[in-house]
Design a protein around this ligand. Structure first.
Ligand SMILES: OC[C@H]1O[C@H](O[C@H]2O[C@H](CO)[C@@H](O)[C@H](O)[C@H]2O)[C@H](O)[C@@H](O)[C@@H]1O
Length: 604
């Protein structure tokens, strides 16, 4: 049986994350940060590239799992012929030390379990020296890093694995911990796992209990909110697009990318979801991250940064990893970081404008940002770019990019009051917005097709055009918008889900195909809601939610033919869709008590 992406659940501590399989194996873990070199990389390799498995010795076991309510604490229950046991997996929010904790709890009878720990640094390549320090403690060292593993059972070394077999009986609890630290220090003591479990539960419930009711979809929304929070990097406010690299967009294909970075686009959309639910601290922290990351020459502004604002995200291929179900190459770093993508200015401006409307005080450096970025953009919007999909080919005049440049000037003119001389700026930026609007309507609309098109001069379609009504560029009932929606329904739907574009007619510079893009499918549901097609919107939303795995997680894409998730996982873009579309549906139809305004407050 092959593995599927849906087999995994995420645990994390808002600085990094691990993926745990249904059969109790942590197959992905990067420490100390999301984008650090993995110490468990079997997700995109083999068990020899690092993993930590605790599972029944009796291979005939069954398992089921869930997150403890309102938390990111994973509970996997194993059932065997002799009894049942629960594996509780979590990463405590850090007090300086990165820790993975696993508590095995005997539930019924007794269960024999196998322990198999394969510690590898450098994305599965480097085999460390493993040394026993005392009865319960082992260290693994290679170069600058050290893992300290504590286990209350007998373990031994075998073929570069740390192995053991133990029995847990009803009522018993056995705690295992793995912490990461620099190798030039003495092994740290670590915290008591049971106390850490209580603290972790308190952290997540304090966060998730503030989530407002969202119609029939509160459960869906809350799980996605927790997932997005887990993708934020607490020390800096950065937000990663997903927890993984190189989960394939086509099984066996080469569309494998590293998403463990902060895209301005993905992060702003994530923050819109946070703010729509009334969570403003994340927006404030991210705004600080943004101001530090983009500081300097606006021509050097990047579309993505590292979690602390790093700029050099050099893309390279990892030859020793065979890839998820042999999807090669595995990539680390992302060359799209060097692309020119016009839409990011609009996304950032939209976010800042919504943050202001939601009550965030003007940032002391918002004038500096406006004074450097807007004059740059006033010229730059006329240039072709790489577009929202980061197409690896020639620059084009993408319609979505121009629409988002309009958003930048539209929102800037509305926020101009925050800066000195605001009235004049407001007028000037409004004029530029009008120029862009005219340009797009003239060059981006094909009257014969009755639809906007992907790029000036092209007849290809693009799902990103759904942002035309969603951003307020044109109203949803404008005939040109209705025509575009009809064309997308006709040409970009695959088994009811939306693909980004038809690669046959577009050519994106890459080999192979990809699945339906889940975020685009949520956008279509949003547009249905705007058009008053409420039943269509709900049907599509519920279909999308049905694609989640057993613990409520979504990857970037879905293959309707192979019936499986594709792409990096869990993906912020997709979970943003779960939240924003639920809010749109609840606002459109729900009884007053279920509606929320942008502060997450019930609307009277
Ligand atoms: O399709 C080619 C590109 O795919 C990735 O980009 C996609 O993911 C980004 C992060 O979620 C998203 O912001 C972007 O809109 C998507 O197209 C990949 O990161 C790129 O390197 C690649 O060219």
């Amino acid at each position: 049986m092959h593995r599927s992406i849906a087999d995994y659940a995420m645990i994390g501590d808002c600085e990094s994350a691990a993926l745990v399989s249904k059969d109790g194996s942590i197959d992905w873990l990067c420490l100390p940060r999301f984008d650090s070199r993995a110490c468990f990389a079997s997700l995109i390799g083999t068990p020899e590239n690092g993993r930590w498995r605790i599972a029944p010795s009796d291979l005939e076991f069954t398992s089921s799992r869930r997150y403890r309510d309102g938390t990111l604490i994973l509970e996997t229950t194993f059932r065997t012929a002799t009894g049942s046991a629960m594996l509780i997996d979590f990463m405590p929010p850090r007090d300086g030390i990165a820790n993975v904790m696993r508590i095995v709890v005997g539930l019924e009878g007794s269960v024999d379990l196998d322990f198999d720990l394969v510690m590898r640094f450098d994305y599965g390549r480097t085999v460390p020296w493993v040394t026993r320090i005392d009865r319960d403690t082992m260290t693994a060292v290679a170069g600058p890093e050290m893992l300290v593993m504590r286990a209350p059972v007998n373990l031994h070394g075998e073929d570069m694995h740390t192995k053991g077999r133990f029995t847990v009986s009803a009522g018993e609890r056995l705690a295992f911990t793995l912490l990461h630290q620099p190798s030039n220090q003495e092994p740290l003591a670590g915290t008591d796992p049971e106390a850490a479990l209580a603290d972790t539960e308190a952290f997540w419930t304090a966060f998730s209990s503030r989530c407002p009711e969202v119609g029939n979809w509160t459960g869906e929304v809350r799980r996605s909110l927790i997932t997005l929070k887990a993708l934020t990097f607490r020390p800096t406010g950065g937000i990663v697009a997903a927890a993984t690299t190189s989960l394939p967009e086509e099984i066996g294909g080469s569309r494998n990318w590293d998403y463990r970075y902060c895209w301005l686009r993905d992060a702003t959309l994530t923050l819109m979801a946070f703010m729509d639910l009334g969570y403003y601290e994340e927006a404030e922290a991210w705004r600080e991250w943004l101001m530090r990351s983009v500081a300097g020459d606006p021509a050097q502004m990047q579309i993505m940064y590292g979690v602390a604002g790093e700029r050099h995200l050099l893309e390279w291929e990892v030859p020793w990893l065979e890839g998820f179900r042999e999807s090669q190459p595995v990539r680390v770093g992302n060359a799209a970081s060097e692309q020119f993508q016009l839409d990011i200015y609009g996304e950032v401006a939209d976010l800042l404008a919504q943050a202001r409307t939601g009550g965030l005080a003007p940032h002391p450096r918002s004038a500096a940002l406006a004074h450097s970025v807007m004059p740059f953009l006033e010229k730059a919007w006329r240039r072709p770019d790489d577009g929202i999909w980061e197409i690896r080919g020639e620059h084009r005049h993408f319609v979505h990019s121009k629409v988002m440049a309009w958003v930048a000037f539209d929102r800037a003119s509305k926020m101009a009051a925050d800066i000195e001389g605001g009235e004049n700026y407001a007028k000037h930026w409004r004029r530029v917005a009008d120029d862009i609007h005219e340009d797009v309507c003239k060059n981006g609309y094909d009257a014969e097709l009755g639809s906007f098109v992907q790029a000036y001069g092209s007849t290809a379609l693009d799902a990103s055009l759904l942002h035309i009504p969603l951003t307020g560029f044109l109203p949803a009932d404008d005939p040109r918008v209705k025509g575009t929606v009809a064309a997308i329904e006709q040409r970009l739907l695959r088994d009811g889900l939306v693909i980004r574009y038809d690669n046959g007619e577009t050519g994106d510079g890459l080999e192979g195909e990809e699945g339906a893009f889940l975020a685009c499918s949520f956008w279509l549901a949003d547009v249905y809601a705007l058009l008053g097609r409420f039943d269509d919107a709900v049907a599509l939303y519920e279909r999308l939610c049905s694609l989640k795995n057993d613990v409520g997680l979504l990857a970037e894409e879905y293959d309707p033919v192979g019936d499986e998730m594709l792409g990096n996982f869990p993906q912020a873009f997709s979970h943003v869709g779960v939240i924003i579309t639920a809010l749109n549906l609840a606002r459109a139809k729900g009884p007053a008590k279920e509606r929320t305004d942008t502060n997450g407050q019930p609307v009277a």
